[in-house]
Design a protein around this ligand. Structure first.
Ligand code: DGT
Ligand code: CA
Ligand code: CA
Ligand code: ZN
Length: 583
C-alpha cells in the first residue's frame, strides 16, 4: 500500500508518544512532533517528492536523520525506531494510543496501575469503574474513554474493494425497487476502482427521497444508523462497512455523480476549469459564477448527466478510473486520453495453477475453462520444487506435465495451452529449476516466495539477477503486498522497471484482489518506461479466472492501453516476444 503523508505523520506521532511514556529526551520528542505536524500539513505527497529525488531537508524541522527515516517509511511502511519502541510495550499499545482522551501521561498511569495491555482490558476496567478511581481521571473521563473505545472498534480500516462488491450490488438492487427511483449507483473510490475503499457512497435519483431513506434504513444488513437525514444518511453494516447514501433530484444526477465519484483532488481541478470559464460547478450542477444562491433555482442548470457537464466545460469525458488529478484533465484537453484496456481486449491468462501444485483443476479442465471464456491461449504455471507447501514441481514432474499439455493441446481445439512454470527466485537470485528444464517451456514466471525481509538493495539485486536469466519471462506480484495490511517487502521498483526494460522482461499485475500487484502507480510507471504488463488471474480454482476483472480495474487506473498489456496481444505476437527474450 503506498505510504501517504498521514501515515508518516502517524508514525512520528506514535514515536513521540511512546518516547514520552518512557520519559526520554524531551527535545527528541518535540522534534518528532514538529516533523509530524510539518508533514501532515504538506500539500504534496512525500513519496512523490522522493520519487523525483527532492531533498526533504528543505522542510522546516526535517534534518538529515529524519529525512532518512522518512525515506525508510515510504519504502517499507515502518522504521526501526518505531518497531524497537513498540517492543518495550504490550502489543496493544498502538490501539491504546488512539483512544481519545488518553495522552501518553494518562496511558502510562493505566499501564502501571491497572496493567492494561490492550483495548479489551481497558474496556473491561472502564465497565468495572476502575479507571475513574485513578488519580486525575474521574467518572466523566471514564465514560468518554468507553465511548471512544466503542466507536474505534468500527473505524480506521479500509475494505478490499472486491470484498464489498456483493454488498454494493445487493444494496443497489434493494434501493432500485423503491417506487419513484430513477437511478442508483455506487460513486466514490468504489466507482473509481481503487483497490480498497474507506466507505461506500451510494447515489440515488428519485422524485422523492423519503421512501428511499426508509427502505435504506430497513436494509437487513444494517447494524447502526450513524446519521439519518432527509436526503443524506450514513449507516454501518454488520460487516463494519460504512455506507453513505445521498438522494438527489433527477436534474442534479450528473452533477452529484461527478461530485461524489471524486476524487476530491479531481473535483478541485475540474472546479477550477469551470471557474476559469466563468462558471461554478458543485454537486447540484453547473452555474454562471455570478449567480447568487437565491436566483440560482431559476437559472437553467446543466446537471442531468456527467457527459453534459464535461461537454459544457469543453473537456472530453474522463473515465472514473482516471479521476485522481494525475494529469487526466490536461490529457483530455490535449486529446490524449488513453483508450483504456477492457475485458474484451484480453486474449488469455498467463498465470494459473493446476492440481499438480496447489490448484484444483486438471490441465484439461484449465484448457476447457479458457475456451469457455473465449481465450486464445492459457498458460499453466505451477509452483517449483522449493515451495514444498504447494507441492511444487521438480524437473521430472515438469517434463511429465509438458507431455500432458501436448496431449491436451491435441484434444482441446481452439485454444492453445502454453507451457509455463512459476519458479521461485532463490535468495542468491538463481532460479529453482535448471535452464535445461526452463528452456523446454514457453514462458517462465519468477516469484519471490521467501526471504521477504532482505534489505532493499539485496532484495532488488536478487530479483535483477534472476531477470538476467534469459529464460525469465515475467516477474510475478513484484512487491509481495497483501491487502489490506501486509506491506510490500523492501524492493526498489523503479530500478526493477528500468532493468525489466533493459532485459525485455514483463512485469505482472497480479489480479488476485488481495494482491493487485504491481499497483496502479507502478503499472503506470512501467508503461511510461515501455515495459509490458501481464494482467494475470493467478488462478487456483475455476472461479479465480474471474479475478481478471479486478486486475483490469487497476490496469485502467494505471492508464494502460491494449498495446501496453502482454496478454492483449495475439498468440503469434506473444510467442514472438517470448522468443525474442531468449535471443
Ligand atoms: P474512500 O471512501 O476513503 O475510499 O475515498 P472516497 O473518494 O470515496 O472519499 P469519500 O467517501 O470521503 O467521499 C466521496 C467523494 O465525495 C470524494 O471522492 C469526493 C467527494 N468529496 C467528499 N468530500 C469532499 C470535499 O470536502 N471536497 C470535495 N471537492 N469533494 C469532496
Ligand atoms: Ca467512499
Ligand atoms: Ca463517504
Ligand atoms: Zn501463482
Amino acid at each position: 500500500m503506498p505510504v501517504h503523508n498521514a501515515d508518516i505523520e502517524a508514525i512520528f506521532t506514535e514515536i513521540a508518544d511512546l518516547q514520552e511514556i518512557l520519559g526520554e529526551n524531551p527535545f527528541r520528542i518535540r522534534a518528532y512532533r514538529n516533523a509530524a505536524r510539518v508533514i501532515g500539513g504538506l500539500g504534496q505527497e512525500i513519496r512523490e517528492l522522493i520519487e523525483v529525488g527532492a531533498d526533504l531537508t528543505q522542510f522546516d524541522g526535517i534534518g538529515s536523520d529524519l529525512a532518512q527515516k522518512i525515506e525508510t517509511i515510504v519504502m517499507t511502511g515502518t522504521v526501526d525506531t518505531l518497531e524497537n519502541l513498540r517492543r518495550e510495550f504490550p502489543p496493544g499499545i498502538t490501539d491504546l494510543l488512539r483512544v481519545q482522551g488518553l495522552g501518553p501521561k494518562r496511558l502510562k498511569q493505566l499501564l502501571v496501575e491497572l496493567k492494561i495491555q490492550n483495548r479489551d482490558d481497558l474496556k473491561q476496567a472502564c465497565e468495572q469503574g476502575l479507571v475513574q478511581k485513578i488519580r486525575g481521571f474521574g467518572a466523566k473521563l471514564e465514560a468518554a474513554i468507553l465511548v471512544s473505545l466503542t466507536a474505534q472498534a468500527a473505524q480506521g480500516r479500509r475494505f478490499l474493494r472486491a470484498a464489498v462488491i456483493p454488498y454494493v450490488e445487493n444494496l443497489v438492487g434493494h434501493l432500485q425497487k423503491v417506487a419513484g427511483v430513477h437511478s442508483v449507483t455506487a460513486a466514490g473510490s468504489y466507482r473509481r476502482g481503487r483497490d480498497t475503499v474507506g466507505d461506500v457512497d451510494i447515489l440515488c435519483s428519485a422524485a422523492s427521497s423519503s421512501p428511499v431513506m426508509a427502505r435504506f434504513i430497513a436494509y437487513d444488513e444494517m447494524k447502526d444508523v450513524l446519521a439519518h437525514g432527509e436526503t443524506k444518511s450514513s449507516v454501518r453494516l454488520r460487516s463494519g462497512l460504512q455506507v453513505d447514501l445521498r438522494v438527489v433530484p433527477r436534474e442534479s444526477w450528473g452533477a452529484a455523480l461527478l461530485y461524489f465519484t471524486g476524487s476530491q483532488a479531481f473535483n478541485i481541478a475540474l472546479r477550477k476549469r469551470a471557474q476559469d470559464r466563468g462558471l461554478k460547478l458543485n454537486e447540484y450542477g453547473l452555474f454562471p459564477a455570478d449567480a447568487d444562491d437565491e436566483k440560482k433555482s431559476q437559472l437553467p442548470i446543466i446537471g442531468k448527466t456527467e457527459d453534459a457537464i464535461f461537454q459544457s466545460l469543453e473537456v472530453p469525458a474522463i473515465p472514473p478510473e482516471l479521476r485522481e488529478d494525475r494529469g487526466e484533465i490536461a490529457a483530455a484537453l490535449a486529446g490524449k486520453l488513453p483508450r483504456l484496456v477492457a475485458l474484451r481486449d484480453i486474449r488469455g491468462d498467463l498465470h494459473g495453477h493446476t492440481d499438480q501444485s496447489d490448484g484444483t483443476l486438471t490441465v484439461e479442465e484449465v484448457a476447457r475453462a479458457a475456451k469457455a471464456r473465449g481465450y486464445e491461449y492459457i498458460a499453466i504455471t505451477d509452483h517449483s520444487k522449493r515451495l514444498t507447501v504447494a507441492n511444487g514441481l521438480d524437473a521430472e514432474r515438469v517434463l511429465r506435465q509438458i507431455d500432458e499439455i501436448d496431449k491436451v493441446n491435441h484434444l482441446v481445439k481452439g485454444v492453445r495451452v502454453l507451457k509455463g512454470i512459476e519458479v521461485d527466485i532463490l535468495e542468491d537470485g538463481q532460479l529453482d529449476l535448471p535452464n535445461t528444464v526452463l528452456s523446454r517451456l514457453d514462458l517462465v514466471i519468477g516469484s519471490v516466495h521467501h526471504k521477504f525481509n532482505l534489505p532493499e538493495d539485496l532484495q532488488t539485486a536478487r530479483v535483477m539477477k534472476a531477470m538476467d536469466n534469459p529464460y525469465f519471462t515475467i516477474f510475478a506480484h513484484p512487491t509481495g503486498r497483501l491487502l489490506p495490511d501486509r506491506f510490500p517487502y523492501a524492493i526498489n521498483i523503479p530500478q526493477i522497471i528500468e532493468h525489466a526494460k533493459k532485459r525485455g522482461v514483463v512485469l505482472e499485475l497480479n489480479a488476485n484482489p488481495f494482491r493487485l500487484d504491481l499497483d496502479d502507480k507502478y503499472c503506470r510507471m512501467a508503461k511510461e518506461a515501455g515495459v509490458l504488463i501481464s494482467i494475470d488471474s493467478d488462478s487456483h480454482t475455476l472461479a479465480d479466472y474471474d479475478n481478471i476483472k479486478h486486475g483490469l480495474m487497476q490496469a485502467r487506473r494505471a492508464w494502460l492501453e491494449p498495446k501496453d498489456v502482454l496478454n492483449a496481444r495475439p498468440l503469434a505476437e506473444l510467442l514472438e516476444i517470448f522468443k525474442r527474450r531468449r535471443t
